[in-house]
Write a protein that binds this ligand. Sequence first.
Ligand code: MG
Length: 259
Amino acid sequence: MLKNFLCVAFMISGFSIGCAQITDGKITTPEPTEVWEPQPRVVSPGEAKTKSAPSDAIVLFDGKNLDQWCYSQSEYGPSSPDKQAGWEVKDGVMTVVPGAKHIATKKKFGSMQLHIEWKTPEVTQGKGQDNGNSGVFFQQKYELQILGNYKNKTYANGQAGSIYKQSMPLVNASRPKEEWQSYDVIYMAPEFNEDGIKVKSAFITVFHNGVLVQNHTEIKGTTEYIGMPKNNAHGKGPLCLQDHGNKVSYRNIWVRELK
Ligand code: MG
């Protein structure tokens, strides 16, 4: 078998990306899909205010229990609707229990408006991607990254507000750790024809702490840690929150289904 390892510093369209390791023409390490420069400009968001659910919203977490959620072995599923979500609920907040794995909604969704509030812990395991890492996975396929990015540098297309490894946020609107942050999202699901070919991409618009960070961004496929996006046909899917080993907390989560 031909094994060909290359290590090359790339400059593509003004973006500098990582050192590539390629085996048999395939990307085999995470670095080639990391974009480190340019970094998004830092913007201080306005005052934090919670946002109660409108009358037609489906409330996914109101501070009381995890009844709307279940265990998911992987962010990409399949989830287990009969197995209880293992995260902690205390004082109106739910928090990742590292090792308890991911949680997914029992209900499946397509396009949606989402409101979700989150905060990263006072004590973090480390820097970069190990600082308050979690994530919102739409349809258990596409990650909107959650990360503690206040004065914490990582690759730009992997920071808070990024569509992981695909689209860096327009600006860095992060708050410090232990402060509540919010995402308000318009997510439009992809469409596939009867042959399983994608005929319309997913698109996403994201406000981070009220600041626009993704403006009708095309999602090119699954948000892979290693390698390129994939586009296998799928229907509606759960909304999944990631256990990345950090005690990220959530509150006030609601969606409005869109067509
Ligand atoms: Mg993540």
